[in-house]
Design a protein around this ligand. Structure first.
Ligand SMILES: [Cu+2]
Length: 230
């Protein structure tokens, strides 16, 4: 389902993609320019009868050095600063800030399954109507979720490609983060940290549902239901 990976399914997915595009365009531009110049010079100054090769050391004329080394160097530094500013701004939005959230979902990773504790009808965790599932995460389109990610045994990584979200789960720690789904549908979740022999069979499904469909699921939860009303 490769086309799923093109879907920008969260509020910040397009910001992360934008950053990747900026890096790709900048590096492609400089790569093509540098390689183009390299091959042009190879061709232009190839062996020619009667012409002796010059030995050139670091003692270049200042003007040549400025033109070929310092100008590109400064231009690339400007590109670096642009990438760093973009990266810091996206990192701070996705990882360092916690917006006002509507609901919390608790995610527990273990060898080799994901357990999701959903708030249920009251929107509150740790109450009687929580819905606990294994390998199925149900969220409502447009709601902002806080997640609390834990690992029972070893390192795992909660990866949701359509959200452009990836977060390590570390034993002994509860790591908070957030996401806001913006596309309804059924998507992949995959453990993205080698966590033992069953690592490759540690996927889960993400269901992003319209408010009506989500309310319907809360009323009649299906899919690997672990327990309800407990
Ligand atoms: Cu894992």
């Amino acid at each position: 389902m490769l086309e799923h990976y093109m879907i920008q399914g969260s509020s910040y997915a397009s910001h992360i993609d934008g950053l990747v595009w900026v890096v790709l365009l900048i590096t492609t531009f400089w790569f093509l320019l540098a390689e183009g110049m390299f091959f042009y010079l190879l061709w232009r100054y190839r062996e020619q009868p009667g012409k002796k090769a010059l030995y050139i050391n670091d003692d270049l004329e200042h003007a040549i050095k400025y033109k070929w080394v310092e100008i590109p160097h400064r231009l690339i530094l400007i590109c670096d600063v642009a990438v760093i500013l973009g990266a810091v701004s996206v990192w701070s939005e996705v990882k360092l800030s916690m917006p006002v959230t509507d609901e919390t979902v608790r995610i527990t990773a273990q060898q080799w399954a994901w357990t999701f504790r959903h708030a249920g009808a009251d929107g509150e965790l740790d109450t009687a109507d929580d819905i606990v599932t294994v390998d199925d995460l149900h969220v409502q389109l447009g709601k902002t979720y806080k997640f609390e990610l834990a690992a029972k045994d070893v390192l795992h990584s909660f990866s949701v490609p359509v959200f452009r979200l990836k977060q390590d789960a570390i034993p002994g720690r509860v790591i908070s983060g957030w996401f806001k789904p913006t596309q309804a549908g059924e998507f992949d979740v995959q453990c993205a940290e080698i966590c033992g022999i069953g690592h490759g069979i540690m996927p889960a499904r993400l269901y992003v549902e319209t408010p009506e469909a989500h309310a319907e699921w809360i009323a009649h939860p299906t899919h690997y239901l672990a327990y309800k009303n407990k």
